[in-house]
Design a protein around this ligand. Sequence first.
Ligand code: GDP
Length: 472
Amino acid sequence: SEVATMMDVPVTKIISACMSLGMMVTMNQRLDAETLSIVAEEFDYEVEFVSADIEEVTDTEEENPEDLKPRAPIVTVMGHVDHGKTSLLDYIRKENVIAGESGGITQHIGAYGVELENGQKIAFLDTPGHEAFTAMRARGAQVTDIAIIVIAADDDVMPQTKEAISHAQAAGVPIVFAINKSDLPTANPEKIKEKLAGMNLLVEDWGGKIQSHDISAKTGLGVKELLEKVLLEAEILELQANPNKPAKGTVVEAFLDKGRGYVSTILVQEGSLKIGDYVLAGRHSGKVKAMQDERGKDVAVAGPATPVSILGLDGAPQAGDKFKVMLDEREAKDIAARRTQLQREQSVRTQRHITLDEIGRRIALGDFKEINIILKGDVDGSVEALTDSFQKLSTEEIQVNIIHKGVGPITESDVLLASASDAVIIGFNVRPAGNARQLADKEEIDVRLYSIIYDAINDLRDAMEGMLSPEM
Ligand code: GDP
């Protein structure tokens, strides 16, 4: 009905135009962008889409290479439960590793920075685990430069270790392995490295390229060397940012403090944030009234790869929301309001995820080169058999990527990975567990369940050939 008003035609005409496209719609239904364009065309109108996306509403000018300065790496710690992620983050936080001031870090703000003896810095995201990592990515925020994957040397390469590896790889983030608990007499780091080698992940001691270090998060043994390896990895990435411009970055966490108002921890990724800057973050905005680091010290200016908690926003943005300093306060408020409205009009997704039904059409249009698949099965044998068969379906035009595979039910973490990587989930003799089904519906992820290998392979082949009949 909104479109009808805008074009000044009776709403019934819009509804019948949709019907002629094979869509039964009601007056209050939201139409997707494509349908809107086609319908408008029927009435000789052209649709112009304005974006509420932060990247598009602001400058897009090229960065001058001379303005770029090296910046610290931003690191996430992942791994299987109880393998020592929290202990490692705590050790680094408390011992202020090498140089660091005494007193250490007093407050948990979701991220912290450390400085090594030689003055080099590393920023850590203080929410361990690949779920947080991928949830951010699903919201469009790629913050992490390097992933430390912790594996307990008295245990094994566990399912969540494999997940963490897949999640880092899907994001294109280099991995440094921390083989932990090497203080224990039962520790066997070589066994872990052998297992990794068996998964085609060759660490340096085994003649490969992936960095790895034996550590103890309990005694601190090897942690310094681990961080040096992280810095080596960072050097290869040649991380750079321009510190001399208005700041941009990502929200790490935010909450309401009774005394102080909304406190948001943000990670500056480009430019420098100053007190008094006007910030737009997700659906909120406001003037930065105060900034503190993780030691509770006031900060006047925060440059690239610096986490700070700020006061002054008019609400709590979500983790993964992007923020940007806006020169025009009015514009910032308008965008925040527009986003709030979009949000209110119910989970409107600007980006729809790929489905098997759609693959054939997208391939025919020529804008589709890769199918990402997450494959879960009941036993290793069927997972391997399907992996092989799926990969054999790759053609010159289109590549089939199994970005994650594993034995067990489809989990929320699988759905998040699918959302972040635009993948289709295929389950063989397994079902979604817990809230995975609801999450998949919300994120509009195509989850296909099979119990006959042949059917799964046929569906994928048909989809690639554009022959799949729509799922009822
Ligand atoms: P997370 O679930 O990966 O965050 O694991 P935690 O950091 O909570 O560690 C799980 C358990 O392992 C805790 O009881 C820790 O004290 C213990 N732990 C962690 N790192 C080490 C280590 O290097 N050596 C020993 N002996 N125990 C450790």
